[in-house]
Design a protein around this ligand. Structure first.
Ligand code: MN
Ligand code: MN
Length: 385
């Protein structure tokens, strides 16, 4: 009852229903499970499943840039959010943690170094290049620094559509809002030590490119966690299908990634990631190369088709049917990130192949012979017909 009372104080919740007076809610209370119930999937028409992240305004920082996709601009994406970020050589995305989401990332271009800390006090400092992914469990501390040469560009994905910087806790912000006397006692140094520390959040700062990591670390210099934060996704051997390839990093391939799975799909011209659904995960997509058409099936006769290009984000609610066609003359490359560390999918071809032709004939009211040449198992990525 205490929780319900608190909600009423915060903003006029309709008891027993899902109506929220969002304008009266504090920022703190907008995090799940307290977030407003999204209505976008309830209506007779499906909402948009495309968000043009690349076309959004870029926020400039000292040494880097960022742009974000979350429920604010993309209401249907309640389970996952993303940030497109760049860092110049030496620029540091400062030490921080996220209270409300795990962080998954794919390096699109360039090189960077991350530092991590976990609750056991174990750390990992590791470098990333194009095609590598990282995963930071919710609440674990981390930083990201551009190594050069050139700009490092990466895509961050969070397993919470309500993710925003309001749930990000930065070290400069915290230290800047802690009295110097407390810092002096904590660190055992004079209070004046902190006189020139920033008074507000740094977010990104420029600095020197750090030296290369030692190939052979010195004795007693490491306290590594048992599970690494890095997985070389693009370097991994893919699963081959008639119309393309797929590289997946679930917790099977990338054990630390317990709440998210990432996949890199390459679809040949004319190919299609066949109709399928994911029983226990929503899917957040980023289109890296080429052009695509995705159709989402939302039951009750609802299906929505949209065109996707480089820089677009796509979203498929958990359990919704969907398929993706390569509409270009070149390969289509896209990332698909799921809010579950176990990968599950059921394909239309596999489902039908698992049922007798007689049943299918009855189901569709067509002759049984119709199904004689249908695939005998899942196709997954079909080639041009
Ligand atoms: Mn982060
Ligand atoms: Mn899918």
């Amino acid at each position: 009852m205490a929780e319900i009372s608190r909600r009423n104080v915060l903003g006029g919740v309709a008891m027993g229903g899902l109506l929220w007076n969002t304008a009266a809610l504090s920022t703190e209370s907008q995090q799940p499970p307290y977030g407003p119930a999204p209505a976008p999937l309830d209506g007779p028409e499906l909402p948009s499943f495309r968000y043009p992240l690349g076309a959004q305004k870029t926020e400039q920082f000292n040494g880097g840039t960022a742009k974000e996709a979350n429920v604010t601009g993309f209401p249907v994406s309640e389970k996952l959010a993303g940030v497109y970020m760049t860092l110049e050589p030496g620029a540091l995305r400062e030490l921080h943690w996220h209270a409300n989401a795990a962080e998954w990332a794919y390096v699109i271009e360039g090189n960077c170094r991350v530092t991590t800390i976990d609750p056991a006090g174990q750390w990992e400092i590791v470098d990333f290049g194009p095609g590598d992914i990282w995963y930071f469990p919710r609440g674990h501390g981390h930083s990201i620094q551009g190594l050069g040469p050139g700009t490092c560009t990466f895509l961050l994905v969070f397993d919470n559509g309500y993710f925003s910087e309001f749930g990000t806790f930065s070290i400069s912000d915290w230290v800047g809002h802690t009295p110097p006397e407390v810092l002096a006692k904590t660190f055992g140094v004079p209070a004046t030590t902190f006189a020139d520390f920033p008074k507000k959040e740094v977010y990104i700062n420029t600095g020197p490119v750090p030296p290369p990591l030692p190939l052979q670390p010195a004795p007693d210099s490491q306290n590594a966690p048992p599970l690494t934060h890095r997985y070389r996704l693009r370097a991994a051997k893919p699963e081959d299908f008639a119309g393309g390839t797929e590289r997946k990093a679930s917790s099977s391939e990338f054990p630390i990634s317990t709440t998210m799975t990432g996949a890199l799909l390459v679809i040949k011209p004319g190919g299609v990631r066949e109709p399928h659904w994911h029983p226990h995960a929503a899917e957040w997509q980023y289109y890296l190369k080429g052009s695509a058409r995705m159709t989402v099936f939302g039951s009750h006769g609802r299906a929505l088709t949209d065109e996707f290009g480089v820089g677009d984000v796509g979203y498929v609610p958990q359990g919704y049917g969907h398929y993706i066609e390569n509409t270009g003359s070149d390969e289509l490359h896209l990332l698909a990130v799921f809010n579950n560390g176990t990968y599950e999918a059921i394909s239309l071809t596999g489902w039908m192949a698992a049922n007798p032709d007689l049943l299918l004939a009855t189901n569709f009211k067509v002759p049984q012979a119709t199904f004689a040449n249908f695939p005998k198992g899942p196709v997954v990525i079909a080639e041009q017909g």
